[in-house]
Design a protein. Structure first.
Length: 281
């Protein structure tokens, strides 16, 4: 970096508070390449970047990595900011930095594949939980979150389920006490007797009406919300809710009947569905 100031560069000194006082430093860097102007802008706005990174401390990513991503977003905001658009730099920087953080979490912070929309909603609900908890000093309820975010209760519940499912544990994780430490994988595996019932259970689902099967598939396979399903099939959301409720009741009853028959025939046993041999006579 040269010690000589570029032509037409503002006199470089520590900026005062407020975005307006900092406006001359952006063209000094963007147009004239004055690295001192950029360094002072970074110094001034790094506390903002760190505070945004801390919004995601509950994720699986270390805070240091999140701060690094937020810093990258801050540099991009400094490079692209245009004061002629009438937007303050703070607002522009928040949008840019949060975008970088969300993209990073979406692409690298998930142990399982989740649709992008579901990821975004999970991150929003996590941020809302932290915000409401700090304000009320208590864990917000689902209706609290729905009101705060302007979402339906169903959407909040789905986002919470996605959020809870994105933190995974390694199968090589050591679990147990000092006397008996075993890998998590050694405690999980077992033969699933339900494989023998796959065809039977598929035939149960095929007993639903065609539209009911389509709605169940859209809801639980394609992960659409009830409102999205309603738009897809051309009925109201209330009708979708009723069809889902009736279909699930029908499937539960049919599965319970099939499981009871299987137990009587000795194909499965016990409440957990583990295979059991014939009783000793």
């Amino acid at each position: 970096m040269s010690d000589q100031e570029p032509p037409n560069s503002p006199r470089i000194s520590r900026p005062s508070a407020g975005d307006d006082a900092l406006l001359p430093y952006f063209p000094a860097w963007q147009r004239d390449g004055d690295e001192r102007a950029r360094d002072l802008l970074v110094e001034r706005y790094m506390p903002l970047a760190r505070s945004l990174a801390r919004r995601y401390v509950s994720s699986t990513e270390p805070l240091e990595d999140l701060v690094q991503i937020a810093s990258y977003g801050l540099l991009g905001a400094i490079d692209r900011f245009d004061s002629a658009r009438g937007v303050s730099f703070s607002s522009f920087a928040v949008t840019t930095i949060l975008g970088e953080l969300r993209h990073y979490i979406r692409d690298f912070g998930w142990g399982v594949h989740v649709p992008r929309g579901a990821q975004e909603r999970a991150l929003e609900v996590e941020s809302a939980i932290r915000e409401l908890t700090a304000g009320a000093r208590r864990e917000p309820t689902i209706p609290d979150l729905a009101e705060h975010l302007g979402w339906s209760v169903e959407t909040v519940v789905e986002a919470l389920q996605v959020s809870a499912g994105r933190r995974t544990s390694s199968l090589d994780l050591t679990v147990g006490g000092d006397d008996e430490e075993r890998r998590l994988a050694d405690r999980l595996g077992r033969e699933d007797a339900g494989f023998d019932q796959v065809d039977e259970r598929l035939s149960i689902a095929s007993g639903l009406p065609r539209m009911a099967r389509q709605i169940v598939r859209l809801r639980f396979i394609e992960d659409l919300t009830q409102s999205e399903i309603a738009a897809r099939v051309g009925i109201s959301q209330m009708q979708v809710s009723r069809i889902l409720r009736d279909s699930l009741d029908q499937l539960r009853a049919a599965l319970a009947s099939a499981d009871a028959l299987a137990r009587r025939e000795g194909r499965v046993g016990g409440p957990d569905g583990c295979a059991q041999g014939p009783a000793a006579g």
